[in-house]
Design a protein around this ligand. Structure first.
Ligand code: AMP
Length: 496
């Protein structure tokens, strides 16, 4: 039998082969090309972490003051979750979803947004059994196979807030207030809130057909994508980035003229709350957001730079999503902010990253009216750079003061029903327990004076929100129990 011809030895093996018998070949190094990042991905380098930590810390802190609990859902979810939730004919699902079949032949996708996953978790863990609304926040990476450009990545991070289980328009306003508070706490200036209503299942079909009729008359002026959208999803033509489509869209019928009574009243209420809070907003008739699940309020927050191509964050109400995902019908509202975008804005506006600060003042409220007043007082104190926290989601004074105690604040400001009516606030020195009634118009100066005199409180590390222990910790529960005979809040000194 003849010998088999020797297989040629691959070049790389040839280099490493070193036996006693074989003559040593001259050492040859193969130059390997360094591997690089996958297109559209980004490393977060050590020098950048001060920004990331600052944003994480600010988000956690504001989340706590607004009564949110943290939830983190997996990056990988079943593909149908996004198809059903975000919508089959949206860019995010149609063009940008990272979806594949895993080794177990499951249809899975990297999450392109948080709301669908958080809603799935709400249903899967029976959170409808908890006192409503359930307020959840998350921070983490998302994936969209979009065209990468400055500030737009294929893996990017968001902080995300959801309030699930209540339809009151005050919650739409509160989520905008929260987003506004995050950006203001970070130090960003000259932001605008753009807002619109996208109606609901009652009024949207009529609006969409009016829109379709209008765009059909101008079909020859639309881009190729929008011609396709015309039959499949005419709403999306409104937020097309092509200039020629924007020109046509600027004359299109507006949602606000087609809202049903319920959506119209809801929207009016949201705007009134924003007026009350002094948050400036602009009505934007072409703001529809790229996801199908939105109902009623839709909003975005934009940075000042006119050249800015993209929003810092956006959100809105999604009253039908939970049911679409197979859960009980639960109204909900949410907001998501891009972390890379906010860091870009911090750098553009040359904002110094401050040290972690402690909370000095706790603002407690009792009754609906007091809640309204306290929103405004909260803004005034923060505007004066006073580090104030609140637990608006809690209702009983005892549980609010318990939070105040845990945070180690120096002062608690208490607004009960009587104070809300007569324009006063009870100022309680947390160390001595001494209380005084102060005119609301003088509260900022009064607090500043007291903080200057009082010894510094221990630094409080950022904490996660405390879990409410009982139903009475929620808005609307035992207000009455905390009001004394004179209408002033009774503070039970006993340590419960
Ligand atoms: P959206 O869910 O599309 O409204 O996104 C909310 C926010 O996330 C946007 O306003 C951006 O700040 C940010 N964002 C969305 N897509 C990207 C992306 N591809 N890269 C970086 N940030 C993004």
């Amino acid at each position: 039998m003849g010998r088999k011809p020797k297989k040629p030895i691959p070049e790389e093996m040839d280099i490493d082969m070193d036996t006693d018998t074989a003559p040593k070949p001259a050492k040859k190094r193969v130059k390997r090309e360094p591997l690089q990042l996958v297109k559209g991905m980004k490393d977060i380098l050590p020098a950048e972490w001060k920004y990331w930590d600052f944003v994480f810390h600010t988000v956690q802190k504001v989340a706590m003051t607004f009564g949110f609990d943290r939830i983190e859902t997996p990056v990988l979810e079943p593909t149908p979750l996004f198809v059903r939730g975000v919508g089959e004919e949206t860019d995010i699902v149609e063009k940008e979803l990272y979806s594949f079949t895993d080794r177990g032949k499951n249809d899975v996708a990297l999450r392109p947004e948080f709301t669908s996953g958080v809603s799935r978790a709400y249903i899967e863990h029976g959170m409808h059994n908890l006192p409503q609304p359930v307020k959840l926040f998350s921070m983490g990476p998302l994936f969209r196979h979009d065209r990468p450009q400055a500030g737009r990545y294929r893996q990017f991070w968001q902080f995300n807030f959801e309030i699930i289980g209540e339809k009151n328009p005050v919650l739409d306003a509160q989520i905008i207030q929260l987003a506004w508070r995050i950006y203001r706490t970070i130090g960003l200036k000259d932001l605008t809130v753009q807002i619109n209503s996208v109606g609901d299942e009652n009024c949207r079909p009529q609006y969409v057909s009016a829109l379709k009729e209008y765009f059909e008359m101008h079909e020859n002026k639309l881009c190729k994508d929008c011609k396709r959208r015309l039959t499949r999803n005419p709403l999306r033509i409104l937020d097309c980035k092509e200039e020629k489509c924007q020109r046509v869209a600027s004359e299109a019928p507006q949602f606000l003229d087609h809202l049903c009574d319920e959506c119209s009243v809801h929207f009016k209420n949201v705007l009134e709350y924003l007026d009350e809070l002094g948050i400036p907003y602009e009505l934007n008739a072409s703001l529809v957001r790229g996801l199908d699940y939105y109902t009623k309020t839709a909003f975005e927050i934009w940075p000042s730079k006119t050249s800015a191509q993209s929003a810092l964050g956006g959100g809105g109400r999604y009253d039908n999503l939970l049911e679409m995902l197979g859960g009980q019908s639960k109204p909900a509202v949410g907001f998501a902010g891009g972390i890379e975008r906010v860091i870009m804005a911090i750098q553009e506006q040359n904002i110094d990253i401050p040290q972690v600060r402690k909370a000095d003042v706790f603002l407690a409220q009792l009754s609906e009216m007091a809640k309204k007043k306290s929103l405004k007082v909260f803004e005034e104190l923060r505007d004066a750079n006073i580090d104030v926290v609140e637990a608006l989601g809690k209702n009983s004074l005892k549980s609010q003061l318990k939070v105040a105690d845990k945070l180690g604040v120096r002062l608690a400001l208490i607004i009960g029903q009587k104070e809300a009516i007569d324009g006063t606030i009870i100022v309680r020195d947390m160390e001595s327990g001494i209380q005084e009634i102060v005119d609301r118009s003088k509260i900022v100066r009064d607090v500043q004076r007291r903080l200057e005199k009082a010894p510094a409180a221990p630094v409080v590390k950022p904490q996660l929100p405390l879990k409410p222990e009982r139903e009475s910790d929620f808005i609307g529960a035992d207000d009455e129990a905390d009001l004394g005979g004179d209408g002033r809040p009774d503070i039970d000194e006993s340590n419960e």
